[in-house]
Ligand binder design. Structure first.
Ligand code: SF4
Length: 366
């Protein structure tokens, strides 16, 4: 059943009438509804950013403690049958293509293990005939005893496929809608299965039905009005929470980065805008995990620590085989924060927070 998210144009209308009084009211409420979220995302809230940051910090520390989860992506393959205008992996882009063998993927994972990572995100382009469920199951079985958390960010799968990978040892699924504006969605998804907006938006439901511990949703910022994307994310989250109350959820807010294909953002989303978006989601859903990846620069990530995000990637490479070779050829996008895991953990500790590499164990699973 698809989530009931109104048309993007309607979401924008919800944002328009918000006033300073609406923002003040939202800042004092314990439980926020979707109209409060609209007020916090609205232009009227911009003058309240310091108050929003303070409240967001208070809630974040109350719910998550003084901790920051640390993870790294492991790119398995950059083959992709889709043509997303904004992505370096898009079919047709003249980049060196590579799919890691299972031995190579395991070697990359062991480099991350030696660096101290216990949560890795397995990422690939969407090319099911090149890298399908058999491969994902096989690599999961090889890695499951080493890593406490194994997440996937791969092509959307059917429920029985999610079920198979869950049984193999995958703990979490991330699938981003990219944009909830259907018109923009159609404009930037030029070819391939990803053109099907409805199949994609149904994907978190299929993963939820398979019983995953955690599901991640997100919007790629730079495609459409970020305020309306924030409202759509809130509604999507609310929908998923009602259906899968035992599941944890995370939201990502990747901003577009330079990549092969030289796509230019369709809208500008500043660091200030991204901060407002993260504070708003934190106030709306105190328990949601918020991810701030190495797409963002070190200065911004350092400043946001403890204010809303709960999970940082570190020492990332977005090219398959990049941890072994040290090369970035064939990467999905360029990284903003180039620090190593140790450097990111040192920053987290210097700010009085604990960097957490493991917060889950398979033994907990019943
Ligand atoms: S965003 Fe994903 S599906 Fe689209 S081209 Fe890139 S890897 Fe392929």
């Amino acid at each position: 059943m698809p989530p009931s998210i109104p048309q993007f144009s309607q979401l924008r209308q919800w944002l328009a009438p918000a006033t300073g009084d609406d923002v003040r009211a939202a800042l004092t409420r314990k439980r926020l509804d979707i109209h409060d979220l609209a007020a916090l995302l609205s232009p009227a809230a911009e003058q309240f950013l310091p108050e929003m940051a303070a409240r967001s910090r208070e809630i974040t520390i109350q719910r998550f403690g003084r901790t920051t989860q640390i993870y790294a992506p492991l790119y398995l393959s950059n083959f992709c049958i889709n043509r997303c205008a904004y992505c370096g992996f898009a079919a047709g882009n003249p980049i060196p293509r590579r799919k890691l063998t299972l031995d190579e993927a395991e070697a990359e994972a062991m480099i991350l293990y030696e660096r101290g990572f216990r949560h890795i995100l397995l990422v690939s382009g969407e090319a099911p005939k090149t890298l399908g469920v058999d491969y994902l199951e096989a690599i999961t079985l090889r890695l499951r005893d080493k890593f406490a958390a194994l997440s996937i960010e791969v092509q959307p799968l059917d429920e029985d496929e999610y079920d198979r990978l869950f049984k193999a040892g995958i703990t979490a699924v991330a699938v981003y809608q990219e944009t909830y504006d259907r018109r923009v969605y159609d404009r930037v998804h030029l070819a391939g299965k990803k053109c099907d907006y409805d199949y994609r938006i149904d994907t978190p439901d299929r993963a939820g039905a398979a019983g995953y511990r955690e599901i991640g949703i997100g919007a790629l910022l730079g495609l459409a009005d970020w305020r309306a994307e924030g409202l759509a994310l809130g509604l999507h989250l609310q929908w998923l929470r009602k259906r899968f109350w035992q599941t944890s959820f995370t939201v990502s807010f990747p901003r577009l980065r330079p990549a092969a294909g030289a796509f230019e953002p369709l809208v500008t989303v500043s660091e200030k805008n991204l901060s407002q978006l993260m504070f708003s989601l934190r106030l709306f859903d105190p328990d949601v995990g918020l991810i701030l990846s190495t797409r963002e620069e070190a200065r911004f990530r350092d400043g946001m620590l403890g204010l809303a995000p709960t999970r940082y990637s570190a020492g990332s490479c977005t090219a398959p085989g990049g941890y072994t070779s040290g090369e970035h050829d064939g990467e999905q996008f360029s990284i903003g924060d180039l620090r190593t895991m140790n450097e990111v953990c040192a920053m987290v500790a210097a700010k009085g927070f604990d960097p957490v590499c493991k917060d889950w164990d398979r033994e907990f699973q019943v």
